[in-house]
Ligand binder design. Sequence first.
Ligand SMILES: [Zn+2]
Length: 362
Amino acid sequence: MMRSDRSARLALALLVCSVCWAAAGAPLTAEDWEGLPSAASIALNQSPMHAARIIRCWIAFPWKRAAAETAMLPHQGMTISVWDAVRDAVVPMPLEDYVLGVVAAEMPASYHSEALKCQAVAARTRAAWSCLALGGSGCTEHPLCDICTESSCCQGYLALTEMHTKWGDDTSRWLARITEAVDATAGQILTYNGLPIEIMYHACSGGQTEDAAAVFKQSVPYLKSVASPGEESFRHFTSETVYSRSGAAAMLCAAFPDAGITAENLPGSLELLSSTASGRIKQARVGDMTVSGSQLRKALDLNSALFTWDADEETITFHIRGSGHGVGMSQAGAQAMAAAGSTCPQILAHYYPGTVLTTLPE
Ligand SMILES: [Zn+2]
């Protein structure tokens, strides 16, 4: 009796350990184990800062632990660990230096100073959110950094050498404009309920931004669809993409192999099923499949999910409005509002309703 009791307890303990192991996301298969970086490579190569933070917070003497944990909260003088795609490494950099590089990468430097200030606040907010939400564990694409420099994942970023490549002899002129916008908003982020918001922005909305729920399947109180007037003169307000029918069919087959698309059946195989409140494609039929507007946009490499199409014997033409996912601030709209006299706080309040412009602690 005693023996079976002990066995049952042992089995229960093993079961609990297994459940906890799996629930914690620990590696389960041989591939999982092989994909893990070694502790030494994490500390030495991938993220010395992350290793330092762990040491500071968990091995620090008790009377230093509170100060170490405070140092992890977003603040003006903080240093963040940035996975740099150009250098293929995690680079520590002061928050404000990082913000400067993001504005240089993500918005035309010729935009109005109030629009550049909005971009600086957006870049800083994203960094503060990442530091807090991810805690140095890494973004979607790169482990053990606070944020990465890929615009498709986190935010684009230009170091000084890349700015020289992009702007040439105009570098000092554009850099001065961006520096002015970053300095004028030093430490400012957008918060909701006292926390940095998960900020989104895009190049051009096509006249109406999108509700986050329509693109990311998650309703966010400050990422609702709002009008974005004044964008009509921007480059991506309207655009056309023309493919041969066989080319478009090949792209759709690559993305949706089970849809049964051919060049011959293409026009009849593509059908709009529903639209979002902002007019973007919500669901479409592609052959035998139902896909989201975002999936269809990605498959066809189109500027946005706000499009219609027509086809002839040889080609299919997509008529597109806007550029980007359409959620949050439209950079073209911010530029239009700034040119019409709106200030940075007014523009941010328009695109992120209910948020508060807050200054990070020093
Ligand atoms: Zn990333």
